[in-house]
Design a protein around this ligand. Sequence first.
Ligand code: NAD
Length: 263
Amino acid sequence: MQIDLSGKNALVTASTAGIGHAIAMGLAAAGANVVINGRHPDTVQQVVDKLRHHLHGASLEGVAADLSTADGVAELVEAVPSVDILVNNAGIFGLKPFFETGDAEWEQYFQTNVMSGVRLSRHYMQGMLHRNWGRVVFISSESALNVPADMIHYGVSKTAQLSVARGLAKLAAGSGVTVNSVLPGPTLSDGFKAMVHEAAEREGKSYEQIGMEFVKAHRSSSIIQRLATTEEVANMVVYVCSMQASATTGAALRVDGGVVDTI
Ligand code: NAD
């Protein structure tokens, strides 16, 4: 199967690092024109320059905008009025006991993880429906299904994304626009590295080793028994954005290494 996204315009939110960065690389390598987004203009420009160097001839643009607010989303939409492929990857995560998680933090998670994708889909999907072709992907998590007791606020935001995606898929019924969620399991992203950096330094272990121990201790149902790489997650997203994935919509597609124990 040859995936060719030449001529398609794609936006990957929060793509200066981690899973979003790998998705942006995958889409650009498949020929799409890709918009890189992050919060800081310098970082965005550095990533655009690096990817241009790495992927000769890739068509890339960078837009800095903080997607945790309506104003930030409006800035992005003004700079990029139309796309064919929208990957709602922006999301924050962190452990926090339920009894210590206040309203402000719940609100921050809802705004960043759910409303960013709601606002962007509300804008971009209208053009996709008009042109009768489009791909919208929400990067949810296995935590949407296996809600972790130590980050319930995160789990709730990820479950909400599944609901939004399923509803939007139905809204696009009969059209060439598909909407899906992709559910990564524990993945060796820059965010994950930052979370375990201290332990890795202290114990003199690689991120992969620490990751394997994390998976055994906290995600023991994992079948692959290790963290996924960001590229493994990106491969699924690039496929679901392809022409070939035209009969896959309204789905929650797992790249969780088998963590969710259902058939
Ligand atoms: P990461 O921390 O490695 O990268 C996050 C990126 O998001 C960075 O480029 C950062 O600058 C950007 N960012 C953060 N807040 C932003 C904002 N308000 N506006 C714009 N950009 C912003 O993250 P990751 O681990 O790659 O996670 C990406 C997505 O994947 C998230 O939605 C996360 O919930 C989901 N996910 C991650 C894992 C995992 O184990 N890493 C597992 C399941 C799901």
